[in-house]
Structure formats: C-alpha cells, structure tokens
Design a protein around this ligand. Structure first.
Ligand SMILES: Cc1cc2nc3c(=O)[nH]c(=O)nc-3n(C[C@H](O)[C@H](O)[C@H](O)COP(=O)(O)O)c2cc1C
Length: 329
C-alpha cells in the first residue's frame, strides 16, 4: 500500500506467516534499496515487492492550467501561493533501474498494478525465479494477464481501497464487486486467483475461499497497525463514522481510486474530466494537502480506504495476521 506503509509492515506480516508486501511505487531507487536491505536483515520468509507499470503521461499545460484554476479558491482560502507549486515526488513505473536494484535482493514475489511491464522487463524479474502477480479488475483483464504469463492474479473487487488496478479500460462502469468478480474470474483462468476488496476478517476470508480464491489480499484492515505509516488525519478518518462513506475518485492522482469522501470529493464530485493524467494531478494538490493536514484536516488528502474499514485494528500487524488466519481455520 504505497504511501501508508514501508518495510516494517511487510516484515511483520511475513514473519507472522502472511506474504508481506513492500510498495515501491513512490520510492526512489535509494529508498527502495534501503527498504530491501531492512527486509533482508529482518525476515527470512517470502515477501512481495509491488510496482506500478503505467505509461508516464505527456503533460498537458492546458489541463494543468484548468486544474489549477479549479484549485485556486482553496489556495486563497489557505493563504498559499499557487505560483509556487514545486514538482513533487511522483509515482514512477517499473524500470530497468528498479530491476537492477531488485536483482541484488532477488525478491521471491514481484507484483504489478496497471497490467504488466514490457516483456523485456518481465524477463529480467524472471531471471531470479520470482513469481509474478498482477491485479485484474475484470474477467477480460484476468484473461489478458494469464495470456501474458503471470503466476497468479489478484482479483480486485470494487470494494477495495486505493487505486483500481484497471488497465484495459478506463471506464469505471466495468468495475464490479468482489463477490461478482471472483467466481467469474476463477471460472475463466487456470492460474490461482487471490481475492482482494472488502476482506477484513475470518468470515470474509472464508467467503472468498468458498468462491474459489486460492488466497486473499488484505489492505485496509492493516492501516491502523502501529507498523503502518498512515498519517494522523488518515488514521482519524478511518476510526470515525466518515469511513462508512467511500467513493471511487480520480481527483487525487488522475486515476480512479477508492477513498473516504472528504471535502474535495464533495465539492468537485469524485470523478472529474478536468484532472491531469495520472499521476500528475497530485502535484498541484500537495501544498493544499500539507497545509490542511498541518491544521488537522484531511480536506485535500487522499484518505484511501476500502468499503469495509470495520476490520481496522490498532494492534501489531503480526497479531492481526494471526487473528485473520486463526479465525479462518
Ligand atoms: C492506502 C492504500 C494504498 C494502496 N496502494 C497500492 C499499491 O501501491 N499497489 C497495489 O498494487 N495496490 C495498492 N492498494 C490496493 C491493495 O493492494 C488492495 O487491492 C486493497 O487494499 C484490497 O482491498 P481492501 O482495502 O478492502 O482490503 C492500496 C490500497 C490502499 C488501501
């Protein structure tokens, strides 16, 4: 879960018997190396590294200008200078440089969001025998991933928190809930299917397994664990009644993602055609987000969450992992 966790959560989950995951989508190569060094030192168990593999957009000055004019009143309200926006850290796709770093550590599982990288890059990951996973949000995407050689597919239902891994279509009406998606995907492909979205406890794990899942991926439920780096405003939102209302929005990055409804989403509507292409939308929001968060407000923050935040617990990730598994057995 890029932005809300690093190696600490991954290590805790792996050591407790789950497959901990290191999100690399927002890390520099140096940060990635440091995180992988920590993982290598602190667990001998299998772990996963996760990357985005979108095509970087061609920036559009017109769209950027339109986006800034929509945000201008908020800059005024918070006494910020809209002319002083600095280029921020952006999500970068998986690259040869990232593969160089990975080849030093040989992570046993490598997963992708937004399809797969080029065949050449994928072949590099295969050289050390890594299993390759990617997310599918439709049966078509699952068939595509299987045809391109993945070892397992994450079926990401519409309940899921964070970015939708959709890559064959940008039409959000193609997106369906876990219970509808999972059995259709299991019937359509031969590779194992891992269920994601709305899975928070033993009964929801049991439901996914009953529908043919080979395993489950749990995100939101871990966000209050002490090992997560979830911000204070984000933690407060997850613990409040606000978490009962989430929506899929493209406002924060340019791509659809599920988060708790906040002021920006209410004011502009969760989906907007004005927003710059992924991941550029976040640049002009960064100063607003930082200022509002310093005032204890999540008005401009992506408060990513799945539709079921009831499983979030402020307990060590190892305990949560064991609870999920023990309860299921
Ligand atoms: C805060 C947050 C960040 C996420 N970041 C990523 C990511 O970097 N890469 C990825 O493949 N999926 C990401 N996801 C999606 C999860 O992998 C997973 O599909 C989702 O959390 C499952 O649904 P749940 O949140 O209902 O458990 C993120 C989810 C959340 C909540």
């Amino acid at each position: 879960m890029a932005g809300v966790q690093g190696s600490a959560l991954a290590i805790a989950v792996s050591n407790a018997g789950g497959l901990g995951s290191l999100p690399c989508g927002l890390l520099s190569l140096q940060e990635m190396r440091e995180e992988l060094t920590r993982i290598a030192a602190l667990t001998t168990k299998p772990y996963n590294v996760n990357f985005f593999c979108h095509r970087p957009p061609v920036p559009s000055p017109e769209r950027e200008a339109a986006w800034r004019s929509v945000l201008a009143p908020y800059y005024q309200e918070l006494a910020l200078d809209i002319e002083a926006i600095l280029p921020g850290a952006l999500r970068t796709p998986f690259s040869n440089d990232a593969a160089d770093v990975l080849s030093e550590f040989k992570p046993p599982v490598v997963s992708f969001h937004y399809g797969l990288p080029s065949p050449e890059l994928l072949a590099r990951v295969r050289t050390w025998g890594a299993a390759v996973l990617s997310s599918a949000t439709t049966v078509d995407e699952a068939r595509w991933l299987e045809a391109h050689g993945v070892d397992a597919i994450v079926a990401q239902g519409l309940e899921a928190g964070g970015h939708r891994g959709m890559f064959l279509s940008d039409n959000v009406t193609t997106q369906v809930g876990t219970m509808a998606l999972l059995p259709q995907m299991v019937a359509a492909v031969k590779v194992p299917v891992i269920a994601a979205g709305g899975i928070v406890d033993a009964p929801t794990i049991a439901a996914a397994m009953a529908l043919g899942a080979a395993g489950v991926q749990v995100g939101t439920a871990y966000m209050l664990c002490p090992e997560a780096t979830t911000s204070a405003v984000h933690r407060a939102a997850l613990k409040s009644a606000a978490a009962e209302q989430t929506a899929v929005t493209n406002l924060f990055s340019g791509r659809p993602a599920r988060g708790i409804v906040n002021r920006l989403m209410t004011d502009l509507g969760p989906m907007s055609a004005i927003v710059p292409a992924f991941p550029l939308a976040s640049t002009a929001l960064a100063p607003l987000r930082a200022k509002a968060e310093s005032l204890g407000r999540g008005d401009f923050s992506p408060l990513w969450s799945g539709q079921n935040a009831s499983g979030c617990k402020e307990i060590p990730a190892a305990d949560l992992t064991r609870e999920l598994v023990t309860g299921f057995r």
